[in-house]
Design a protein around this ligand. Structure first.
Ligand code: NAI
Ligand code: MG
Length: 369
């Protein structure tokens, strides 16, 4: 089998710092585990603008398309806030998302025992929590036509359309089913079939898909408002939640906060299966941005980036055992009392970005050498 290719795009601000820390851990994996990839580095964001005058070159975009997965840092730089729209650093990221047609956004909510106290919820509600929200990302009320603003009978109105087609629902459903198979075999499909036509079609289509392609998976339907309540009441009842763009936006932020800090949250975005490689297009990035307020000071928490690498191993490369190992090492590093500033608590030891990575490597050495 030919070597898998990974595109590494550190980006701006704390992006390069958290990526460097993560690559040290990738080096550890290369040395002690069967982790063998061809890696390529690409510029995106302000770094690309400074070198090439655009936030992403056509050549880099072509390189991205030729890779099996992208590990991305963050983009954005306040020095370029006044640039023309097309030249802004964020445009580079949006172009990649669009050209890869990343229609499935995956946001895990995973609670590490040493950070249980950082959640606003009670310990027994969230300890051991591990759920995944799969949000449809390219359709529904943020994109579907018609949308706009007009004056009707002298009154100003604005409207959006929550339109979904059967193929759009099926393709996000398949992503969620695939994930559930790599996790705890349970799917909760979320909509408002009680009050929305798009919700009725969503439910019918998901149930048909479960019947035809979901053998062995536990399946349930849930109304979105109830899901919001259940997420803060008994979040551990869920494994994979699949939902549309609008509900997914709200529910994924809600689920994220079950776990505490922005510096701990990874994400993945997936597209179609590539005909040539047989692999699903995949893009992995922390949820946080470039954090210009702390960039260049060694303060950034590298764990969201590192956990994004773990997601890549699990979901693109079927290396679930290595992903588990990384997550256990993160937990052990936290349990040793080391904390970056964003997750600092009384009695813990505040460390730099590199020292946090070092603590993870120490944990890896303990766990697997
Ligand atoms: P942000 O996520 O960069 O920062 C929000 C706050 O969280 C800041 O106080 C920051 O210091 C802190 N923070 C974020 N990540 C952290 C980490 N790993 N460790 C410790 N503290 C962390 O969001 P903000 O400030 O709204 O945006 C800053 C820039 O990032 C903007 O240019 C924005 O457009 C861009 N951005 C880029 C994203 C991406 O590349 N996907 C996503 C969100 C924002
Ligand atoms: Mg949001």
């Amino acid at each position: 089998m030919k070597n898998r290719k990974i595109m590494i795009m550190p980006g701006d601000g704390i992006g390069p710092e958290v990526m460097d820390a993560t690559l040290k851990i990738a080096d550890w994996l290369a040395k002690y585990r069967a982790f063998s990839f061809d890696t390529q580095f690409g510029l995106c964001g302000a770094v690309s603008y400074e070198k090439h005058g655009v936030p992403l070159t056509d050549e880099t975009m072509a390189d991205v398309l030729a890779c099996d997965a992208v590990l991305f840092g963050a983009v954005g730089d306040p020095r370029y806030d006044d640039l023309a729209f097309e030249l802004k650093p964020e445009r580079g990221l949006l172009r990649i998302r669009k050209e890869l047609d990343l229609y499935a956004n995956l946001r895990p909510a995973l609670v590490f025992p040493p950070l249980v106290a950082a959640s606003t919820l009670k310990e027994d509600v969230i300890s051991g929590l591990d759920i995944m929200i799969v949000r449809e990302l390219t359709g529904g009320s943020y994109f579907a036509e018609p949308r706009g603003r007009e004056t009707r009978a002298g009154v100003v109105c604005a409207f959006d359309t929550n339109l979904y087609s059967v193929p759009e629902i099926e393709r996000i459903g398949r992503v969620a089913f695939d994930l559930a198979r790599k996790r705890n075999q349970k799917i909760t499909s979320v909509e408002k079939a009680n009050v929305m036509h798009s919700g009725v079609l969503w439910r019918e289509t998901m149930m048909a898909l479960h019947k035809s392609e979901g053998a062995g998976l536990d399946y349930e339907n849930m109304y979105a408002d109830n899901c919001a309540m259940q997420l803060v009441r008994t979040p551990k009842q869920f494994d994979v939640i699949v939902t549309d763009n609008l509900f997914g936006d709200l529910l994924s932020d809600c689920a994220a906060m079950l776990t505490g800090s922005l510096g701990m949250l990874p994400s993945a975005s997936l597209g179609e299966v590539d005909a040539e490689s047989g692999m699903r297009r995949a893009f992995y990035e922390p949820v946080h941005g470039s954090a210009p307020d702390i960039a260049g000071q060694g303060k950034a928490n590298p764990l969201a980036q590192l956990l994004s690498l773990a997601m890549m191993l699990r979901y693109s490369f079927d290396m679930g055992a290595d992903a588990d190992l990384l997550e256990r090492a993160v937990e052990m590093a936290l349990a040793s009392g080391k904390r970056t500033g964003d997750i600092m608590v009384a009695g813990a030891e505040q460390v730099s970005t590199d020292d946090m990575a070092g603590a993870v490597i120490t944990a890896l050495d303990t766990l697997a050498r």
